[in-house]
Design a protein around this ligand. Structure first.
Ligand SMILES: *Cc1c(COP(=O)(O)O)cnc(C)c1O
Length: 402
């Protein structure tokens, strides 16, 4: 019974919520402004957020939606991914990546990860490419850019699209190129725990004009271009339904938050780098592995600080370790339980434990510690103290201080 867990408040009195976003006065004022104006849904603030985002990434088009999941789905549709197609992706991701493939009627084909980077291993992709393969969806896991060049080489060789799940990696750069300006389509998330948080929200970036025009149509019931203006002061506009679309548009209330968070990305990223270094220094002697340093010529977006528990040197498993931190009032996350181990994908796609050993290794051991820019130095100290105490208490004899 989770509710009955007795709290051991040796570290702190209040619960530290994992992934709680930094929200400042400007966002609050801007949201209030939207509420007072009465223009709550898609309007001028969404247009402004898209302009700012486009400039930030340096790409030609940016389309705001109500989630990254919506963006992944519509990317599949505009890119022409259809029933019967196969789409290669990683099992070390959130359900949304695979679900978007399934929503398009295609089949996700998993390729194991490199355990050092936790990103898809490009050297294992080619053997999974068939006549039916139409796209590769790499995920820049935890904010660490994938090895994009070998993926692009394969895509060129076999005529595949590259659609990047950049939910974790708004600040990421690969060899001087900003993530969001490399593959055919890139999708970002502004879910509450992400580096830029609007509560719910997402953005698709692309340099393809045709797709950039199609996505907003799909996102608003399939109404023709600019239909969100139908009640504006320019007078009522008739619209035409040109396809059976979805309801995926972003609200101005969401964009109101985004337009103030975007200019602060650098400052927040710097703060997360500081916290990252503090964790690296504090955990070096514990029975766990810290994230590998970023690859040369890349910028890591520092979205998740994931420790890998050394289960051979601990007397408890990952879930019990997480529970012990919870009892000390520290909230953590698990990113992720490998998708092929979830019952739906295992049953429908025919996967089982043993199929992707590297993803399983991470899946069994990973634990994400709080990393939000909102954390105070005291919060960071509490996380460090709690992790050290739990690791110490449950270390096999001699593991610590030997
Ligand atoms: C959060 C997340 C998503 C989904 O983002 P939403 O905006 O919540 O739809 C997709 N992929 C990954 C890897 C994520 O972490």
């Amino acid at each position: 019974m989770e509710f009955a867990v007795k709290k051991d408040k040796t570290v702190r009195d209040t619960f530290l919520v994992f992934g709680s976003p930094m929200i400042e006065q400007e966002e609050i004022d801007e949201v209030v402004d939207s509420l007072r104006s009465g223009w709550l849904s898609t309007g001028p603030k969404v247009a402004r957020f898209e302009e700012m985002f486009k400039e930030y990434i340096g790409c030609r088009y940016a389309i705001a939606l109500n989630s990254c999941t919506a963006g992944l789905h519509l990317s599949m549709l505009v890119a022409g991914i259809k029933p019967g197609d196969e789409v290669i992706t990683t099992p070390m991701t959130f359900a949304a990546t695979a679900n978007a493939i399934l929503h398009a009627g295609a089949t996700p084909v998993f390729v194991d990860i490199n355990p050092m980077t936790t990103n898809i291993d490009p050297s294992l992709i080619e053997e999974k490419i068939t006549e039916r393969t139409s796209a590769i969806i790499p995920v820049h896991m935890a904010g660490r850019p994938c090895e994009i060049d070998p993926i692009l080489d394969l895509a060129r060789k076999y005529g595949l699209l590259v659609i990047e799940d950049a939910a974790h990696s708004i600040e990421a750069v690969y060899k001087g190129r900003k993530i969001g300006n490399i593959g055919d389509l890139t999708i970002f998330s502004f879910y509450v725990t992400k580096n830029l948080a609007t509560g719910e929200g997402g953005m698709v970036t692309t340099n393809n004009e045709e797709w950039a025009e199609e996505i907003p149509v799909y996102a608003l019931h399939g109404l023709n271009k600019g239909a969100w203006k139908r009640y504006s002061d320019e007078g009522f506009k008739h619209y035409h339904v040109v396809r059976p679309g979805y309801k995926y548009n972003m609200m101005d209330v969401q964009a109101a938050i985004g337009i103030h968070q975007l200019p602060r990305l650098k400052r927040y990223h710097k703060r997360r780098e500081e916290i990252w270094r503090a964790y690296d220094e504090a955990f070096a002697d514990l029975p766990l592995t810290m994230p590998a340093p970023p690859e040369p010529e890349t910028v890591h977006a520092r979205h998740l600080y994931t420790i890998l528990l050394d289960l051979d040197r601990l007397t408890l498993d990952r879930d019990r370790f997480q529970e012990a931190l919870y009892r000390k009032n520290i909230g953590t996350g698990i990113h992720f339980v490998a998708l092929h181990l979830h019952p739906y994908y295992a049953h429908t796609l025919g996967y089982k434990r043993g199929d992707f050993p590297n993803a399983e290794y991470i899946s069994d051991r990973t634990l994400s510690l709080p990393l939000s820019a909102k954390l105070t130095d005291d919060d960071v100290g509490d996380v460090i103290e709690a992790v050290r105490e739990v690791a110490d208490r449950y270390s096999k004899a001699g593991a610590l201080g030997a």
